[in-house]
Design a protein around this ligand. Structure first.
Ligand code: FAD
Length: 456
């Protein structure tokens, strides 16, 4: 078997792995970046980008169907051409993937290795049982995969995951979506808005990761009025006459496909970690310091979804950079950039969590300000006046702690709040910031004033 030496080995060439490569490359030329599957990253190929393309098509249809309140009546038929929808999703997606592949092709070809890597010991990985690489340091950047329950596997090719959706040539007539978290909600609402009969199931009352009960209640009202959504329900599934048979709550239903979107599993279970001393948590994921991404074996670092810390694209990139840098300068290590938390769900209305979530608050020491969007000026003008925003402040210091948002312009308000959080602003400083008129952000000011009034 061929054996080569390296300073840094990066396992996985997704967003975290590529960022790790960029950081490590500044310090050494003895690098290997190993990819078992296709290049192109989960984000560009089957994640962030194609999901947003599908959502954009869905919202175009939804808005075209809902113009009457403005006095605009669309008399001709609005037709969703599933083949054209999927063609645009895939061709735009392929363009994004192409940019990623261009970047990989710009790497020194000797650094790029195709195959599945596994640890043999703490200083060696084996690739496809053909090649061994001995290295001073490692970055695990192996991402995550959809969780698929064993009992769903009897559905054979009717069982779909997000990766499959973004290779469809046409839309199905009907689908069951298992999961009301971020991915289930985004894809479920999009398919529903594209005219696919969509039954969405959640094993709990969760919607898109909202933990604030007031915000969650509003999200329930809004989504339950638009979508066929069944909470606290896991349907029993089987195959019958080439259809998926669903059985739940005295109901029997038949759909074309079943989408498993009930969470993701970090890819750390086939890495031979048992051949290392890396300390694992209950889920089998290496425990790592979020500031340095160092595991309990000091020369092994981890980044991105594999770390199971916060499975978001910008976090994968930041953690990858930190891990790659530290692997290359090991045994010296540095703290990397850890930004204020910002997560967004691209449902309509959107959902965001900034800084500390409601679940993480010390409620006795927190002041909560709130706005409902129903009567918010600009939101009513635009007929997007649905939602609730709650902002959290430290009662003693008046410092902004975090927010949960469900409503219009959430991706933008989320940014304003995340920047405020990272800057350590307090309620007075936030209210001193400019607010234009008439904008949806004035709703945020109402919530801030509501919080401020509780000290006055
Ligand atoms: C449908 C969907 C929508 C999303 N939307 C958003 C969004 O809007 N915004 C956002 O911030 N995030 C979003 N995300 C999350 C985001 O895509 C991920 O957080 C990010 O892509 C993770 O990057 P990564 O580098 O950790 O993993 P990946 O990009 O998955 O890279 C891991 C790589 O490691 C390879 N690999 C695994 N094991 C091995 C091995 N043993 N040997 C060699 N190679 C290996 C894999 O083949 C893969 O290429 C979404 C995800 C999904 C699924």
């Amino acid at each position: 078997m061929k054996i080569i030496q390296a300073d840094v080995v990066i396992i996985g060439s997704g967003s975290a792995g590529m960022s790790a490569y960029r950081a490590a490359r500044k310090h050494t030329d003895k690098i290997a970046i190993i990819e078992g599957d296709q290049f192109g990253t989960t984000c560009a190929r089957v994640g962030c980008m194609p999901s947003k393309l599908l959502i954009s098509a869905a919202n175009a249809n939804h808005h075209a169907q809902n113009t009457d309140a403005f006095g605009i009546h669309v008399n001709g038929q609005i037709e969703v051409n599933g083949q054209e929808v999927m063609h645009r999703v895939k061709s735009e997606r392929d363009r994004f993937v192409g940019f990623v592949i261009d970047t990989i092709e710009s790497y020194n070809p000797q650094h790029v290795i195709k195959g599945w890597a596994k640890f043999i010991d703490e200083h060696t990985v084996e690739v496809n049982q053909e090649l061994r690489i001995e290295s001073k340091a490692f970055v695990i950047a192996t991402g995550s995969r959809p969780r698929v329950n064993e009992e769903w596997k009897i559905l054979e090719d009717k069982l779909q995951v997000n990766d499959d959706v973004f290779y469809w040539d046409d839309l199905p007539k009907s689908i069951a979506v298992m999961g009301t978290g971020v991915i289930g909600l985004e894809i479920g609402q999009a398919l529903s808005r594209l005219g696919v009969r969509t039954e969405i199931f959640g094993r709990t009352e969760n919607i898109g990761g909202i933990s604030d009960p007031v915000v969650l209640k509003k999200a329930h009202q809004v989504f339950e009025s638009e979508l066929n959504i069944h909470f606290n329900t896991i349907p029993k599934v089987s195959l019958e006459n080439n259809k998926v048979r669903l059985e739940y709550a005295n109901t029997v239903d038949y759909v074309d496909l079943f989408l498993a979107a009930s969470g993701r599993v970090p890819n750390t279970d086939h890495l031979g970690l048992e051949n290392t001393g890396v300390q694992l948590d209950k889920k089998g994921v290496p425990i790592a310091d979020p500031d340095t991404m160092q595991t309990s074996v000091p020369h092994i670092f981890i980044a991105g979804d594999a770390s199971d810390q916060l499975p978001l694209l910008h976090v994968a990139s930041d953690q990858g950079f930190t891990a790659g840098n530290n692997a290359a300068i090991y045994p010296n290590i540095e703290k990397g950039l850890v930004r204020s938390r910002l997560s967004v769900v691209f449902s309509e209305p959107e959902i965001a969590v900034v800084g500390q979530s409601y679940r993480e608050l010390d409620l006795d020491n927190t002041v909560i300000g709130m706005v409902e969007f129903e009567n918010q000026g600009r939101s009513r003008v635009m007929l997007v006046n649905k939602g609730t925003l709650r902002v959290y402040f430290n009662k003693k210091t008046k410092i902004f702690l975090g927010a949960e948002i469900f409503g219009p312009a959430t991706e933008h308000i989320g940014h304003l709040l995340a920047w405020s959080h990272q800057s350590g602003l307090n309620i007075d400083q936030m209210l001193e910031m400019p607010f234009y008129h008439p904008v949806i952000e004035e709703g945020l000011r109402t919530a801030l004033r509501d919080a401020k009034a509780q000290w006055d």
